[in-house]
Design a protein around this ligand. Structure first.
Ligand SMILES: Nc1ncnc2c1ncn2[C@@H]1O[C@H](COP(=O)(O)OP(=O)(O)OP(=O)(O)O)[C@@H](O)[C@H]1O
Ligand SMILES: [Mg+2]
Length: 501
């Protein structure tokens, strides 16, 4: 996607969006825009435009002016991005920063834009919200590192981001781009054959020797997008490392809820969409990408939302309490389109019952909010599961000390709890952050609700509550030693009362 002020252009879809609204652009005007974008800031002469846009007819130069006026009208306040170079032609003046294809184009010098083969890559239906910076950063990372892994919890948008980056690389370089999803692969053995089939060296249901795969990538300038690696992580890691060591021209963009942990790998943590703070006013609310996404989803379902302060506050609450997670917002918007936003807000405490109506065509793990958490949960070890349940009782942010105090018991030492937390963090279940003094841990609100449900389904809730109560009592006695802050107590008690309901 190319950004020109408020306008976003998808060359591959031949679509132009103003903010997140699709706008009509005539095919000649689009051809000119495409030429200007592909020239990457260089002047495109009038002759060149006439030759490319009206190849089989002789037309007046005036036709170019008509098309350019239409483009400038769409660009509105940013119309000066199309510069007239007196007596010669036109050029597009847009910053490279944030325009990932332009950034990439610099790194694939000599390549003919869009000349490479594209295999299995889904189309981008609409521009992604709030991901311009991410796209530029990931593209840059791919220029310098053979394997880049997009990491994050389920539904945060790893796949969509991977597709968008790959699309822009396909459009503006001569690299082949091959998209392979491993989501449906149940058997790790099939990772090699899936990749082989996509690259045209075997069948997905047959046995393909790794050597054939290595031979198939040699000499090919190729970007492989390997989507949803987490459940076959060992095999995916082995194959990726082997392939990039065999071919200097191969790049792999993996998406996973857990790092591959290979040599030559860079991680990119996909962040939630930004959400409004509790005190945000209408303007600040509308400025958040999660809100823009939620509203766009509602509009796509032909459901309007009033933009009075009260309604916007409710939308802000939905976005914040769903952690800015695109999948959850998509599910919530579908519900809000039917039941309204007031009802949606009131059902957030029962989110797992309420957020269930996913797209029929979405993969099963994305049909409900609970299913997306189940997918991660079934990949945890037994100890990680137990620790996760117990962490659900803690306040929004907690220290390792607090985690060990509630999760360790006679059968589970603090060292084992710490190890499990490391595992949960690498699987994007536990999040980490630094406050001014120490590392803090937190669960997204939906993960915390999920953990609490699991805790109350088990028979150990009372024990965990008791351990938490004594930890809090000790913290009161030794506030400084334990880095205690009063907020910890109240939010923890609130969590307990939520859990006890
Ligand atoms: N930036 C975005 N703007 C708008 N919609 C988005 C954005 N990111 C993701 N979505 C939507 O959210 C849903 C989940 O996105 P996606 O499948 O990319 O998540 P994921 O992180 O790959 O999840 P999983 O771990 O289950 O594979 C999709 O339906 C997608 O269309
Ligand atoms: Mg995915």
């Amino acid at each position: 996607m190319i950004k020109i002020g408020r306008v976003t252009v998808s060359l591959e879809m031949r679509e132009v969006y103003l903010d997140d609204r699709l706008v009509q652009v005539g095919s000649r005007a689009f051809d000119i825009l495409e030429l200007l974008i592909q020239a990457r800031g260089k002047t495109v002469t009038k002759d060149e435009i006439l030759r490319r846009v009206w190849p089989n007819s002789v037309v007046e130069e005036n036709n170019i002016h008509v098309q350019l006026s239409a483009l400038r009208r769409i660009l509105g306040a940013d119309k000066q991005a199309i510069r007239t170079i007196s007596g010669r032609g036109y050029r597009l003046a847009i910053p490279t920063e944030g325009n990932e294809p332009a950034a990439l184009a610099g790194a694939v010098q000599g390549g003919q834009a869009g000349a490479g083969r594209v295999i299995g890559l889904p189309v981008c239906r609409a521009p992604l919200n709030g991901r311009d910076g991410a796209m530029a950063e990931i593209t840059r990372a791919l220029n310098g590192t053979p394997i880049v892994t997009l990491l994050g919890p389920g539904g945060i948008g790893k796949t969509q981001l991977g597709i968008a980056v790959a699309r822009s690389i396909a459009a503006l370089s001569d690299s082949e781009v091959c998209f392979i999803t491993l989501a449906a692969v149940e058997n790790a053995q099939r990772v090699v054959s899936m990749i082989a089939e996509a690259l045209g060296v075997g069948r997905a249901d047959g046995d393909v020797p790794l050597q054939s795969l290595v031979a198939a990538v040699q000499g090919r300038k190729l970007l492989v997008v390997l989507d949803n690696c987490e459940h076959v992580i060992e095999s995916a890691a082995t194959v990726c490392e082997l392939l990039v060591q065999a071919s200097a021209d191969l790049r792999i963009l993996a998406t996973s809820r857990e790092p591959l942990r290979t040599r030559d790998e860079k991680f990119y943590w996909v962040a939630p969409l930004d959400t409004p703070g509790a005190e945000a006013g209408s303007e600040a609310i509308l400025d958040c990408s999660s809100v823009r996404m939620f509203l766009a989803q509602m509009r796509a379902l032909n459901a309007g939302v009033d933009t009075d302060p009260g309604s916007l506050d409710m939308v802000a609450t939905i976005c914040r309490r769903l952690d800015g997670l695109p999948l959850a917002l998509e599910l919530a918007a579908a519900r809000a389109a039917v039941f309204g936003i007031r009802k949606t807000v009131s059902e957030l405490d029962d989110r797992f019952q309420f957020l269930t109506g996913g797209r029929r065509t979405a993969p099963p793990r994305q049909q409900t909010l609970e299913a997306t958490l189940d997918w991660s949960y079934q990949l945890l070890s037994a100890t990680e599961r137990i620790v996760l349940h117990r962490l659900g009782i803690l306040p929004a942010r907690f220290s390792l000390d607090a985690a060990c105090a509630v999760a360790a018991c006679q059968r589970l030492s603090p060292a084992e709890v710490t190890e499990a937390i490391v595992g949960l963090a690498s699987k994007c279940i536990v999040m980490t952050t630094f406050d001014s003094r120490a590392k803090e841990y937190f669960l997204l609100e939906s993960t915390r609700e999920y953990a609490l449900r699991k805790l109350y389904e088990s028979d150990e809730a009372d024990d965990v509550l008791t351990r938490n109560a004594s930890y809090l009592a000790r913290s009161y006695e030794q506030p400084y030693e334990r880095g205690f802050r009063p907020a910890t107590l109240s939010s923890s008690l609130a969590a307990q009362s939520v859990a006890a309901r």
